[in-house]
Write a protein that binds this ligand. Structure first.
Ligand code: ADP
Ligand code: ZN
Length: 619
């Protein structure tokens, strides 16, 4: 197993759970595994596909993903093919032929095929080593991506009693897990529930103010990183993509309102590093296998933590540091609330509300973001400080908001709890508006009681109180704010309120620190890294494959740290197996040697290479 891991994939060691899973499959046992995105699920079935006689059949829901997976496997020298509706009948026939003649190790098949009556019979008579079901949660109606076609997979274990079945997913609560096992009729499977922790993701929440400007600032600080920006509506997607393009960023939109072909093109462009940024609604994502996504920004509040976890999960699959930024503002809460209030089913509405509150809690509580995310999936996080979320990194201060909260609530109580946020804030800050005069609100005791602080302060306080459930919004069109039961305790002085005072600065420093930590083993030459990235892109373009399929960012970074110039040295780099060494080794060692040559000439005259590269890093 280890030899193949090294030779074919170029990896030195297994990731957690991979070895255990592969050895169970080799022993013909069924497997059920929940592993987070980037955990290395594909290797769990690709390795047995090579080692076992016969073909491994992989059921995977997305056509676009299938092609990339097959390209990736072939790059590693595995004989792989796929069968789906995108193929011409001639191509299909030749894939079937290769399969029948035992020339394939790996065959990807779309689930729709299994829904065709008699399809399973066409697979009989060919030695099959394993059925691997990817995105297995699609078989469960409790999951959030249910696909009826997946139900046809339940006949597989009966039709092939001697072939092991392995099911993989990245998102399954315990309930969904049991549902998958039951529906696939797995035979006392070896179960794996890996940690949901993604240590290389850096989570942050920012106050949402002028969100376009906030995003621009972030992008300017990270001028090369590819990333995804999620927005909720088509208009806001188009709008933001337009702004970014106007400012000279390479950005493309993606949403359900676009033509399928254009959407597909934009996704491909992102996959292939031809565009750096994709601005998208949540319609975007399932087909994204790109491993070097360096940031995922949510410009609007997601509806629940499951979605947030899944969407941020698309960052940093290569294990390198990546940012997950959420911009959170009060307006989003009301907007989602508006839709929830319109739900007809009582239970459904209550569940949605509860999920939204958990999401708001995540964004507003002064608790490690990682701990909160893991807690949501019933996993406890043992560390005090994760060192990779804004709460842990900033050591933010807790501030006492009790007096201000009382001023605000008192203004609400004295005006009969019949007014919206803006009006209440105007009373508290002592604004001289016609409405206030007409209502006589300039007469009440709290009028102007908060005028020593600006309106923004009071709006932020409203956010905080809403988030903590001390006040709530009611009414869809003209929402008014009301004091909750718990809020009354504060107004009566029986309970205090605390909030976090967060620094508003951008995360570049921590990101730089995290990168530095990753590079601590050796001074990485960023100029070389960029150069190798350019070479990779050229090669990818010539072959029509996404760049990360040739080498991952991590592989390039290692090259830029260790400067391999001979095949032996190159062979020791992470991600360089025999096949890739053959195909690309020379190009890359050549590039590195050329770089060292130029560098050497300059360096002799100036300062040592290590100092120089560190300087480059900071710019
Ligand atoms: P998943 O499908 O679980 O999201 P992938 O199978 O796409 O994850 O793997 C994510 C990344 O991790 C890929 O770039 C893959 O090459 C890499 N990877 C997988 N296993 C290992 C390993 N044992 N060592 C190093 N990298 C690995
Ligand atoms: Zn933390």
């Amino acid at each position: 197993m280890l030899a193949t891991l090294k030779e074919v994939f170029g990896f030195q060691e297994f990731r957690p759970n991979q070895e255990a899973i592969v050895s169970r499959i080799l022993a013909k046992r069924d497997v059920f595994a929940v592993m987070p995105t980037g955990g290395g699920k594909s290797l769990c079935y690709q390795l047995p596909a090579i080692l076992l006689p016969g073909a491994t059949v992989v059921i995977s829901p997305l056509i676009s993903l299938m092609k990339d997976q097959v390209d990736g496997a072939r790059e590693n020298g595995i004989s792989a093919a796929f069968l789906n509706s995108s193929l011409e009948s001639g191509e299909k026939a030749s894939v079937y032929r290769a399969f029948r003649e035992g020339r394939l190790d790996l065959l990807y098949i779309a689930p729709e095929r299994f829904a065709i009556p008699g399809f399973l019979d066409t697979l009989k008579g060919v030695p099959i080593s394993l059925f691997a079901v990817d995105e297995a949660h699609c078989i469960s109606e409790w999951g959030h991506d249910f696909r009826p076609d997946y139900l046809s997979l339940s006949g597989v274990t009966r039709a092939f009693p001697d072939v092991p079945v392995a099911a993989f997913t990245a998102t399954a609560t315990l309930k969904v897990q049991e549902d998958i096992i039951r529906r696939l009729e797995l035979r006392s499977p070896y179960k794996v529930r890996a940690s949901f922790n993604r240590p290389n993701l850096i989570y942050r929440v920012h106050r949402k103010e002028k969100v376009e400007r906030q995003i621009l600032r972030y992008l300017e600080k990270h001028p090369r990183d590819p990333g995804i920006i999620y927005r909720t509506t088509r208009e806001s997607v188009e709008n933001l993509a337009g702004i970014l393009v106007d400012r000279g960023f390479r950005a493309l939109p993606y949403h359900a309102g676009m033509e399928a072909a254009e959407r597909q093109r934009n996704q491909e462009a992102f996959n292939r590093d031809e565009t750096r940024i994709i601005v998208a609604t949540i319609a975007f994502g399932m087909g994204i296998d790109k491993s070097n996504v360096r940031f995922v920004i949510h410009a609007d509040l997601p509806k629940n933590i499951e979605s947030y976890y899944q969407e941020t999960g698309r960052a940093g699959r290569d294990g390198e540091p990546a940012d997950c930024l959420l911009f959170f503002g009060r307006g989003d809460y009301s907007r989602i609330r508006y839709f929830i209030d319109k739900m007809e089913d009582d239970t459904e509405r209550a569940v949605a509300m509860e999920k939204l509150n958990r999401m708001v809690g995540y964004a507003s509580h002064h608790v490690c973001r990682r701990r909160q995310l893991l807690g949501y999936f019933q996993e406890s996080y043992p560390e005090d400080n994760c060192r990779a979320c804004d709460v842990c990194l900033h050591g933010t201060k807790t501030v006492d908001l009790t007096t201000d909260a009382q001023i605000l609530m008192s203004a609400m109580a004295r005006t009969g709890q019949r007014f919206g946020i803006r009006h209440i804030v105007e009373i508290v800050t002592g604004a001289d508006t016609q409405r206030i005069r007409r209502m006589g609100h300039n007469e009440i005791k709290t009028y102007g009681a908060g005028s020593h602080k600006d309106r923004r302060h009071w709006h932020l306080l409203v956010d905080e109180l809403l988030a903590q459930g001390l006040i709530e919004q009611e009414g869809a069109r003209y929402p008014v704010i009301k004091i909750t039961e718990q809020g009354l305790q504060v107004l009566r002085g029986k309970q205090g309120v605390h909030g976090i005072k967060r620094e508003e600065k951008q995360p570049s420093t921590e990101r730089a620190q995290a990168l530095k930590r990753a590079e601590e083993t050796g001074a990485c030459d960023l100029l070389l890294f960029e150069r190798l990235r350019g070479l990779r892109k050229d090669l990818a373009q010539k072959q029509g494959v996404p760049p990360y399929i040739i080498f991952s960012d991590r592989t390039l970074r290692e090259m830029a740290c260790r400067f391999p110039v001979t095949p032996e040295e190159m062979r020791r780099i992470h991600g360089v197996g025999d096949r890739k060494l053959d195909r690309y080794g020379k190009r890359f060692t050549g590039e590195i040697a050329a770089h060292l040559g130029e560098e050497g000439r300059d360096a002799e005259k100036t300062r040592p290479a290590a100092t120089r590269s560190r300087r480059t890093k900071q710019t």
